[in-house]
Design a protein. Structure first.
Length: 628
């Protein structure tokens, strides 16, 4: 009997939120958008809000009540919960856009302390690259073993239950392209020999590959020859990839075996053949060149299998990172696994033996024809177009970080508690957006619902009436006290929204469920309202990840062509922002937003320090007066 079996923690079921409370919160989220419309010549705010409230009340009294009952019935008949079992994965799997940049996340690891100090080799496989790749793979699989054995995060805690279940979806699984809606493969069972494999991808098959790993797969050496660029097909439009994969299966049963081996493998290890560097006309940043290489660039885009939820990537210089498909688990989970892999430096005793061997390894070949080769060529052109349009860069803000932000609340005469560093950063992003765009937009921030069984995410709607008031105050010549007061209100509001989202009281997943409960011929003004769609048009899509001690950077793509994708790592004394936009958009610019974020963070600190200085001066004057 498992010694943990009797004490396994049980996570509560994700609740179906209260209908009236969801509608009230939804109406509240519309306030800043309606105020914006009114400020730019639209209908008066009071009239526009009253109309939406009328629609919400009618929905609650009629069709909405019926949809709520249907949703509750669906929940009673669902194994885990109404959301994860029925709707949430479909939002990912029905999306037909390429995973490259649009959906996959990327993490950029710190260099290993043993990283060679001499000039890096820029092409071809080298011993240090293999050694670091070996070590990272070993540490990653070691973490999995410790999770499985409950040496780490045991099932006796709620965090352990959530994390162990989430980690299980990182390994031995892949997204399977299908027409109209993809599927996820079942997690391969321990009884399946393929479930213990590690897939190594190296697109330049002319070079010998020697590799040492953890699980008796100590060596491999590739046959001569150049493999077809099948990996780039997985970067293509999902329907195109589905058609091409089915054609590969029709050509040969060997292709089915190869695909099955990749799908069931623990992870992918991508050994790039070129160290990417930015051209002379690009921003001069070794950090950004590393960032781009992990996100994917033209030289390595075929050296990936974008359907896998976790791929380690190492280039000839030894720079490393990870990339993954988003639908099985959220980026926080692989980031925790990656921190374990990176935190300990490469052990020199793990260096490779002198003579290569193919024992324990199997080469995975694809049988192709002219159609496949043409499809790969066309897919590469489309992938390179996506990459060339991606304006992706890191901002390291090093003047202060989460520790100062948290303590800043105590510097104000208004606050009696610490600020939320995440809420503080979100207000800086709101200010930076407005300064560059001259208007407000619906803003998405990820909240994890990990306290619930099979919990995934909920939306925090950062744009609020309070955040809008703070931003507008910062753009006018208002007194310092007013600005600080409004900042405090905005942070309080955001903290409250975050708490609601994390505890199953958010609104966007509930609204998704209610809409899916509508039957043919049923409709309501609430959902037909153009403002309903606009309130979910996340031109500013954001997510905080971790302190990022072991990461140089991170990122994900903007959700809209004219928007931003921003992932940030809030450390004690600095914040790292990964920012992605599209060059094709004339209104957005990664460099422009980086400057605006820096200015916003400086200005926010300045008003707090000025307020604190005034408060101290007033206190001293009061003390002097009392002595007199």
């Amino acid at each position: 009997m498992n010694r943990h079996a009797a004490t396994v923690a049980v996570l509560p079921r994700l609740p179906v939120p209260d209908l009236q409370k969801t509608l009230a919160k939804y109406l509240d989220s519309l306030r800043p958008l309606l105020l914006e419309d009114a400020a730019h010549g639209g209908p008066p705010y009071e009239d526009a809000f009253a109309l939406r409230k009328k629609w919400a009340d009618e929905f609650a009294a009629g069709l909405g009540s019926l949809c709520q009952e249907r949703l509750q019935e669906l929940d009673r008949n669902s194994l885990n919960n109404w959301l994860d079992d029925n709707f949430w994965l479909k939002t990912y799997l029905q999306w037909r856009a390429p995973l490259l940049v649009n959906s996959n996340w990327w993490l950029v690891f710190n260099d290993d302390p043993l990283h060679p100090s001499e000039e890096h080799k820029t092409s071809g496989l080298i011993d240090w690259q293999i050694q670091r790749a070996t070590w990272l793979a070993r540490r990653t699989l070691e973490f999995k073993d410790k999770i499985d054995s409950q040496e780490l995060h045991p099932g006796t805690t709620r965090t352990g239950v959530w994390f162990r279940e989430s980690v299980s979806r990182m390994f031995n699984i892949a997204r399977i392209p299908q027409h109209d809606c993809d599927t996820l493969s079942p997690i391969s069972l321990p009884s399946d020999p393929l479930s213990y494999n590690l897939v190594v991808i190296n697109s330049d098959q002319r070079r010998d590959l020697s590799f040492a790993s953890q699980r008796d797969c100590s060596r491999c050496q590739t046959r001569a020859g150049i493999a077809p660029e099948i990996g780039v097909l997985s970067a293509d439009n999902r329907d195109m990839w589905a058609s091409n994969l089915q054609h590969l299966f029709a050509i040969s049963a060997e292709n089915l075996h190869t695909h099955e081996a990749i799908v069931k493998a623990l992870i992918c290890l991508c050994l790039d053949n070129v160290t990417h560097t930015l051209g002379p006309s690009s921003r001069p940043s070794s950090l950004d060149s590393h960032l781009h290489a992990i996100r994917s660039v033209a030289s390595n885009v075929s050296n990936r299998f974008f359907d896998k939820p976790f791929s380690l990537i190492v280039d000839p210089s030894g720079r490393a990172g990870a990339m993954g498909e988003h639908s099985p688990c959220d980026a926080l989970v692989p980031s925790i696994v990656s921190e374990y892999a990176v935190v300990q430096q490469v052990e020199t005793q793990s260096s490779l033996p002198d003579e290569p061997s193919t024992e324990g390894w199997e080469r995975l070949d694809w049988i192709t024809d002219d159609r496949v080769m043409i499809a790969a060529r066309d897919a590469r052109e489309r992938a390179e177009s996506i990459i060339e349009n991606s304006d992706d860069s890191m901002l390291w803000f090093e003047d202060y970080g989460a520790d100062w932000m948290k303590g800043a609340g105590s510097l104000t005469s208004i606050a009696i508690s610490r600020f939320s560093a995440d809420a503080y950063i979100q207000m800086a992003l709101q200010l930076a957006w407005y300064r560059t765009m001259g208007q407000f937009t619906a803003t998405y921030e990820t909240a994890l619902t990990r306290m619930f069984n099979k919990g995934r995410t909920e939306t925090i709607r950062t744009l609020s009436e309070e955040s809008r008031a703070f931003v507008l105050a910062m753009t006018d010549s208002n007194p310092i006290d007013t600005k600080v007061h409004l900042l405090h209100r905005a942070i309080q509001k955001h903290t409250s929204l975050t708490r609601d989202a994390a505890t199953g009281r958010g609104i966007d997943r509930h609204l998704l469920g209610l809409r899916n409960m509508l039957r043919q011929g049923e409709h309501c003004e609430l959902f037909d309202d153009p403002l309903f769609a606009k309130s979910q048009e996340w031109l500013l899509s954001t997510s905080g990840l971790s302190a990022g001690h072991h990461f140089r950077g991170t990122g994900f793509g903007a959700a809209y062509e004219d928007g931003y994708g921003i992932n940030y790592l809030a450390g004690p004394n600095m914040v790292k922002f990964g920012i992605e936009t599209k060059f094709s958009s004339s209104g957005t610019s990664t460099e422009m937003l980086k400057s605006a974020i820096i200015d916003a963070l400086y200005e926010m600190r300045q008003i707090i320090l000025q307020h604190e200085s005034t408060k101290s001066k007033d206190t001293n004057q009061l003390f002097t007066a009392s002595r007199l």
